[in-house]
Design a protein around this ligand. Structure first.
Ligand code: MN
Length: 247
């Protein structure tokens, strides 16, 4: 039996609507610029092929868990996104087979230190430091395909303190779920447990301590989180893995 020098990290997971068992997460894969209006608001052409980045798996928090305002930024932005949960892995998945690999869907927030991300982008550096900070991926409970089917259209929105900031429709995705799965699986083998954050529509904006964020996609469980207080004031300890889960 393998022994370890210290306790291995806890399995990171997301809740599943109507099921006691949780969905164990392997990786968090994110698509950049996947709505034309958001690509334009970020100063980009809307016909670029999709590209990917990752958030560390342990950035995930359940809906309802507060999200500390992160260090190193004065521009914390919300990005509401459709999250695809992969239930069956595969490489070189054909577009017409892609939806068979989906276990379910959720609403997630790809929280972003926009100032750090944009500075990195200008210097041609990776986005990780702007995207991969602690607790930066609130994610609602998954809804199973067996309960809700597949989502190719439907309203997607985000409110801050009740005020609408992002409002679009899944039909506005430049690259839809089957295309994203097919393209991603050409570059790496997808595995059960992978989550894909599919990109955000226009209307991203800065939030501050105390703000309540509520993300909604028609037919799915909503996601919410309250921002703050600030992390890393040296007095505040990061939440434990158990505190990250609302259960
Ligand atoms: Mn995003």
């Amino acid at each position: 039996m393998t022994t370890y020098l210290f306790s291995p990290p806890a399995v990171i997971s997301v809740a599943v609507r109507g099921v006691d068992a949780r969905f164990p997460v392997r990786r968090v894969i994110c698509v950049g610029r996947n709505y034309a209006d958001h690509a334009r608001e970020m100063g980009n052409d809307d016909r670029e092929p999709p590209f990917f980045f990752f958030k560390p798996t342990d950035t995930l928090i359940d809906s309802g868990v507060p999200m500390p305002y992160p260090p190193l930024t004065t521009s914390l932005h919300h990005e509401v996104e459709l999250v695809v949960a992969i239930g069956t892995g595969g490489a070189d998945i054909a577009e017409e087979d892609a939806l068979q690999h989906v276990y379910g869907y959720a609403v997630g927030l790809d929280m972003t230190r926009r100032d750090i991300q944009l500075a990195a982008r200008e210097m041609g550096r990776p986005w990780d430091w702007g995207k991969g900070f602690d607790l930066s991926a609130p994610c609602a409970a998954l809804s199973r395909v067996s309960d809700v089917g597949h989502l190719s259209k439907g309203a997607i929105s985000l409110r801050v303190n009740g005020e609408m900031r992002q409002s679009s429709d899944l039909s506005e995705l430049i690259w839809g779920v089957p295309e994203i799965i097919a393209i991603a699986s050409r570059g790496m083998k997808l595995e059960a447990g992978d989550l894909i954050f599919t990109g955000t529509p226009a209307g991203v904006s800065a939030v501050k301590e105390g703000d309540l964020l509520e993300g909604v996609i028609a037919g799915l469980e909503p996601v919410s989180t309250r921002v703050g207080p600030r992390a890393h004031t040296t007095k505040a300890q990061p939440p434990t893995a158990q505190a990250r889960s609302s259960q």
